[in-house]
Design a binder for this molecule. Structure first.
Ligand code: ZN
Length: 294
């Protein structure tokens, strides 16, 4: 294995990973993944993500966590929740605030509550001086407006699971955000526009992630057997996402995405972004990518 990958977003606190958690990590390590950022989407989930990250911080796989409240659950962000998130964010293994942002696609919380929750978490990010892990679905105008107002106060962030159009990409890049690409790019029906857009993301601004257990890459060469009705994605498959991204950027596997570690602790935390996707230990270039794109 020639590269050291970071899956910057995996929902490993989901019950679907409970039975074979260690095997999931082992498969990720075998695929070249050296670190995973476990996404916190609720207060409880953020505590759990932090617990996983503490347990594994010194094992073979480095686990990190985010702490925040997803826009779906914006109504749950009480002052007490903010103070608990702030305590979690004081820990070194909790590397970003989020996931937070806006989701007008499903509006599971009312839009005005989502906007307040988003701003409260940007304020938190400014206070703790950690980057933000962001979610925007069907809300780009409001999302970019709010982020623009806070931009000078926060250290940086990643718009995770980017699925938007050229205008959205331009808006995020103008705000000096990192762009997180998932297996959405592998979906020939919904994600084909991303194959051109990834070419426009500057080096050092592109991150890869699985968003596991969701968003199983549709074109995985040897997909695992389905688990009932559910096609469970897992961090090992971030290597496939990285290869597909590399292929469409005309780069080698090792070359693609971010290779400049940001901050400390395995290239995660602090500075301009939430994490780095590929840290090359690297030697031979090309061979892996050629094999992958064959
Ligand atoms: Zn999301």
């Amino acid at each position: 294995m020639t590269a050291s990958l970071v899956d910057i977003g995996a929902n490993l606190t989901k019950p679907v990973f409970q039975a074979d958690f260690d095997a999931v990590l082992a498969r990720a390590a075998a695929a070249g993944v050296s670190a995973i950022v476990v996404t916190g989407t609720t207060l409880l989930g953020s505590h759990e993500a932090c617990r996983l990250a503490q347990r594994r911080a010194h094992g073979t796989m480095s686990l990190f966590a985010t702490a925040g409240v997803h826009p779906h659950y914006a109504t749950t962000l009480s002052p007490q929740a903010i103070s608990e998130l702030q305590t979690l964010l004081a820990r070194p293994e909790v590397v970003a605030v989020g996931e937070c942002g806006l989701d007008y696609h499903r509006n599971l919380s009312p839009p005005d509550v989502q906007r307040r929750s988003f701003e409260a978490q940007l304020e938190l990010a400014a206070a703790v001086r950690k980057p933000v892990f962001l979610h925007d679905r069907s809300a780009t105008a409001d999302f970019a407006d709010i982020l623009r107002r806070w931009r000078t106060r926060i250290t940086g962030g990643v718009v995770h699971c980017f699925t938007g159009d050229r205008a959205a990409l331009d808006a995020y890049l103008a705000l000096d955000m990192h762009i997180g690409i998932t297996g959405w790019i592998c979906d020939s029906r919904r994600g084909s526009h991303l194959r051109d857009l990834v070419k426009l993301v500057p080096r050092g601004r592109l991150l890869v992630e699985t968003d596991a257990p969701f968003l199983m890459p549709q074109d995985l060469p040897n997909p695992p057997p389905r688990r009932g009705k559910f096609d469970r994605n897992e961090p090992a498959f971030v290597a496939h996402v990285a290869r597909v991204v590399a292929e469409h950027r005309g780069e080698s596997f090792e070359d693609q995405a971010l290779r400049r570690p940001v901050g400390s602790r395995g290239g995660l935390a602090a500075g301009g972004g939430a994490a780095c996707a590929v840290r090359p230990r690297v030697k031979p270039r090309g061979q892996e990518a050629r094999r992958a794109s064959a």
